[in-house]
Write a protein that binds this ligand. Structure first.
Ligand code: ADP
Ligand code: 3PG
Ligand code: MG
Length: 424
């Protein structure tokens, strides 16, 4: 590969540089625009982990945001090989996690054909990739159909790296994972970051490291064990923390509040308890839902009612925050100058359980209209913002949920660190 003309200095992690005794230098990352890609076979790691419903892409934001990079590659007559994961198929091929539904969506956005290869490995895949003509694009099937992806198996990374003459990292939403396609490939194939990753880092670094205060973080969704460690670190930075969604029941149970049949990660109870205690001792406001919408099951037609206190009675499941919580959270949102939100506050995919999430999305948009900096991150959170019709009013819609949370925590993202170590 031709030596890069420029080295991008993306100082995305200034706080952790100080906090971690390793005195990590700001990462030196090459950018896509610094490489000569003319006619090259380019392996692009994207994050097309999009929400699907009845086999269709429910929200194409993550696909749409890779288009500038793909158009840049097409202009250079590159031959493009796209790799991604979708969902958590546990190392097995599962139709529900196929990337095939992304193809029509990408074709429409690019206005050109995209070929789908039903396996990300194998001789047939390799031969098809090697035969690619300039300007041709292939999307390979889900990397996580092989357990080697999440195990970061060197042989798997090596085989993937054979698809390209150069590697472009554009999967911002997956940079916090140390997997074969994030930290493994750069060991075999030099590369650079795409336009989306650049934009995300520039925006999130600037805003999250020097936020205008009060700084409010709202964390919801289902990935409790993933996000709870991050929440612990976040309380060093925020003024107010709101916890909602499936995440909140583990926190409520840790406070001795009954949660009925709502989901709870028992092995995270001590950590949740510790976080709540730390917010008290640090004088940080920590808000949990004050009431809930509860249902007899999570089926769309289930009987529902409002639980007017924090407690959920036996036999009932929390599916959304209640009206009082919506009001309280909206007041906090209106008072904040920087707002970061990741994770829906209820099962928003079901219209009758979506009101809390959609109301919070609208309250954030209103705060942004009044001058607050608002950042919403995460595949499902973006879908919710779009569903609420407010995406244009949000200051920055980030394609990263866990990844932007880890940036906020002040952590070096493994996918970037691996790329930065590669010699130009
Ligand atoms: P993001 O993709 O924005 O990072 P997550 O993947 O962590 O968010 O979580 C999104 C999921 O959380 C949605 O599918 C939503 O249905 C689910 N969720 C939110 N609240 C609840 C709840 N009370 N019970 C069950 N699932 C919930
Ligand atoms: C995300 O949606 O946050 C990313 O695509 C990473 O997915 P994961 O949490 O399943 O690793
Ligand atoms: Mg998600």
């Amino acid at each position: 590969m031709r030596r890069a003309r420029l080295i991008a200095h993306i100082k995305y992690d200034t706080v952790s540089s100080r906090a971690e005794s390793s005195a990590m230098e700001p990462l030196r990352l090459r950018r896509i625009q610094d490489l000569d890609l003319q006619g090259k076979r380019v392996l692009v790691r994207v994050d097309y982990n999009v929400p699907l419903h009845t086999g269709k892409v429910m929200d194409a934001t993550r696909v749409q945001k890779t288009i500038p990079t793909l158009e840049h590659l097409l202009k250079a007559n590159a031959r493009i090989v796209l790799i991604s994961h979708l969902g958590r198929p546990n190392g097995k091929s599962q139709k529900a996690c196929s990337l095939a539904p992304v193809v029509p969506c990408l074709q429409a956005l690019l206005n050109r054909p995209v070929h789908f290869l039903p396996d990300c490995l194998g001789e047939e895949t390799l031969q098809r990739v090697l035969r690619l003509k300039p300007g041709e694009i292939v999307l390979l099937e889900n990397l996580r159909f092989y357990p080697e992806e999440e195990k970061n198996a060197p042989q798997f990374a090596k085989r993937l790296s054979q698809y390209g003459e150069v590697f472009i990292q554009e999967a911002f939403g997956t940079l916090h994972r140390a997997h074969a396609s994030t930290v493994g490939i750069p060991k075999y194939l030099g590369g650079a970051i795409g336009f989306l990753v650049q934009k995300e880092l520039q925006f999130l670094d600037r805003t999250l490291n020097a936020p205008e205060r009060p700084f409010l973080a709202i964390v919801g969704g289902v990935k409790v064990s993933d996000k709870i460690q991050v929440i612990r670190k976040m309380i060093e930075r925020v003024d107010t923390l709101i916890i909602g969604g499936a995440m909140s029941y583990t926190f409520l149970e840790s406070q001795g509040v009954s949660i009925g049949e709502s989901p709870c990660e028992k092995d995270q109870l001590d950590l949740a308890q510790d976080i709540v205690q730390q917010t008290y001792s640090k004088g940080i406001q920590c808000l949990l839902p004050a009431d809930h919408l509860i249902a007899e099951s999570t089926r769309p037609d289930a009987k529902t009612k409002v639980a007017e206190s924090m407690a959920i009675p036996p036999g009932w499941i929390g599916v959304d925050i209640g009206p009082h919580s919506i009001q309280l959270f909206s007041e906090e949102i209106a008072a904040a100058k920087t707002i970061f939100w990741n994770g829906p506050l209820g099962i928003f995919e079901i219209p009758s359980f979506a009101q809390g999430t959609l109301s919070v999305a609208k309250a954030i948009a209103e705060a942004a209209d009044q001058g607050a900096i608002s950042i919403v991150g995460g595949g499902d959170s973006l879908a919710a913002v779009r569903q609420a019709g407010v995406q244009e009013r949000i200051t920055h819609c980030s394609t990263g949920g866990g990844a932007s949370l880890e940036l906020l925590e002040g952590k070096a993202l493994p996918g970037l660190a691996a790329l930065a170590q590669v010699k130009a």
